[in-house]
Design a protein around this ligand. Structure first.
Ligand SMILES: [Fe+2]
Length: 235
């Protein structure tokens, strides 16, 4: 097992259990996103949903359009991003040079407007999840852009410390527990991948343009096709 990382400068301190996330922009988003928007609105309109309502497709989008070029390009970009972040999170644990493969167990899109949102949640039966912003619309762009007001359409992530806030004791000694959330500001072409167990919530969104995202979750296998631990919880 890898040695636990120590804080710089003080050999008596051990810092444990950071949360690893990946944020990067898709280099081809200006080509891919318009094609995705066309596909998504066609898909939604075939179901004759009320365009005023928030819409979420079923989570097997990749099976509906296996030959759609831009959706395939996005899925590849997402899969590479999952390998990148999982490699970093498992540094010192994965065997050196081992090839891993990613299975996107769910891929779906959401179109939102009219102050729609989802309650706080986590994703199950997967190790990594994420959001790709196809159209940020009028989402807040920075903390300054919504100062004094609720952010618009921002994705908020809650760290493990959140568990200890309710009814917890707060003083200057545990000020670090208050640093328990992080906001992803939507931008066209921005990808954000996070551990699936991390709680998150999109703030209500309202704007002239719809907020359009792709969501996904994934499992990661090693070269033998196994995703299980080297040890058993039953031993
Ligand atoms: Fe989610």
């Amino acid at each position: 097992m890898a040695k636990k990382p120590r804080a710089d400068g003080n050999p008596n301190i051990v810092k444990l259990w950071p949360t690893t996330m990946l944020v990067k922009r898709f280099a081809h988003f200006q080509k891919v996103n318009p094609a995705l928007l066309e596909l998504f609105y066609q898909h939604r309109d075939r179901e004759q949903r009320n365009p005023e309502q928030a819409y979420a497709s079923k989570d097997d989008l990749q099976n509906h359009y296996p030959l759609h070029q831009e959706l395939g390009e996005l899925a590849e970009f997402i899969s590479k991003g999952i390998v990148e972040v999982a490699t970093e999170a498992n540094r010192g644990l994965w065997r050196q040079g081992e090839k891993v493969s990613v299975t996107l167990t769910g891929l779906w899109f959401q179109i939102s407007n009219g102050f729609s949102f989802h309650e706080m949640h986590v994703h199950g039966n997967c190790s990594w999840s994420g959001v790709y912003y196809v159209q940020a619309g009028d989402c807040s762009t920075s903390p300054e852009s919504h100062r004094g007001k609720q952010p618009n359409g921002v994705t908020r992530f809650y760290g493990p410390h959140m568990e200890h806030m309710a009814g917890g004791f707060g003083d200057y000694g545990n000020l670090y527990l208050h640093d328990n959330s992080w906001d992803s500001y939507p931008e066209d072409g921005k990808l954000c991948i996070f551990p699936s167990h991390i709680k998150h919530m999109p703030f209500p969104y309202n704007g002239d343009k719809d907020r359009v995202i792709v969501s996904f979750h994934a499992q990661v296998f090693n070269s033998s096709g196994s995703m299980s631990y080297d040890y058993s919880f039953n031993n």
